[in-house]
Design a protein around this ligand. Structure first.
Ligand code: ADP
Ligand code: ADP
Length: 231
């Protein structure tokens, strides 16, 4: 994923709020990269720009050399499928079973029923939830719900998994399990992962490299050891 000079300015009355002030970042395929910042640093804005829910004021986002920003409405749907999104609270549909939740993005793009069933069963196995296929979110633990969220994010075979505070609602033990799962999935699928978080310990455990975001700018960037030992 290549993020080039991303800027986002919100207009508030007569004031401009610069939420992203020229963010550039390149994450090689198959790497797990963390973006850490305090509240107000611009993390949510960055997530919205990367998921194409929000238009950046300027700058571009590309995956495998293909630009996602500045595309036509037709191309936008395809562009969105290239980034799978994992949320803090999994955001599952309570009225749908585990397998129906995972199937949802495939149904949205009109995948034939037979192919949906096959893919869902593969994904259930990948995240270790085969026995919970017919269960509802309310019957699952927080960690299991997040596994469903991850499986759903992977349903359309995205190139990038974008995790927004993926463990902030989980206890330390479950956090550990989810981060180990993300690492395992990266190894098996060779997917690029971005983890946006306010928790440095998450980055330490899961990421190959990290960027520190402060007031809309990347103020530090590099391998995990280099950045973390640097006071
Ligand atoms: P974080 O997720 O790191 O807490 P945000 O991206 O939510 O940071 O916010 C970055 C800055 O942009 C903050 O100063 C915030 O108040 C401002 N901001 C975010 N969204 C809006 C908006 N819709 N309108 C105006 N200002 C916004
Ligand atoms: P987070 O928990 O990610 O830090 P925030 O509290 O920063 O969330 O933002 C929550 C929502 O409020 C976001 O959609 C953001 O765009 C919006 N928001 C944040 N700051 C402002 C602001 N100053 N004016 C308007 N909307 C804002």
């Amino acid at each position: 994923i290549t993020i080039s000079d991303l800027r986002k300015v919100y207009r508030q009355g007569n004031n401009d709020v610069v939420a992203l002030d020229g963010v550039s970042l390149e994450v090689p395929t198959g790497k797990i990269h963390g973006i850490v910042g305090h509240s107000g640093a611009g993390k949510s804005t960055l997530v919205r720009c990367l998921t194409l829910l929000d238009q950046p004021t300027s700058g571009t986002v590309a995956v495998n050399g293909k630009e996602l920003t500045n595309v036509s409405d037709d191309e936008l749907r395809n562009a969105r499928r290239r980034i799978g999104m994992v949320f803090q609270h999994a955001n599952l549909f309570d009225s749908r079973t585990t397998e129906q939740n995972i199937a949802y993005p495939l149904e949205l793009v009109g995948t034939p029923k037979k192919d949906v069933a096959k893919k869902v069963s593969e994904l259930l196995e990948l995240v270790g939830l085969t026995q919970f296929a017919k269960g509802y979110p309310s019957q699952l633990s927080g960690g299991q719900r997040q596994r469903v969220g991850i499986a759903r994010a992977l349903a359309t075979d995205p190139d990038v998994l974008l995790c927004d505070e993926p463990t902030s609602a989980l206890d330390p033990q479950t956090t550990n399990e989810i981060l180990e799962l993300v690492k395992e999935l990266r190894n098996r699928l060779n997917i690029t992962v971005l983890i946006i978080t306010h928790e440095m310990h998450v980055v330490k455990q899961a990421c190959d490299s990290v960027s520190l975001l402060e007031a809309g700018k990347i103020v530090e960037h590099g391998d995990i050891e280099a950045v973390i030992t640097n006071p």
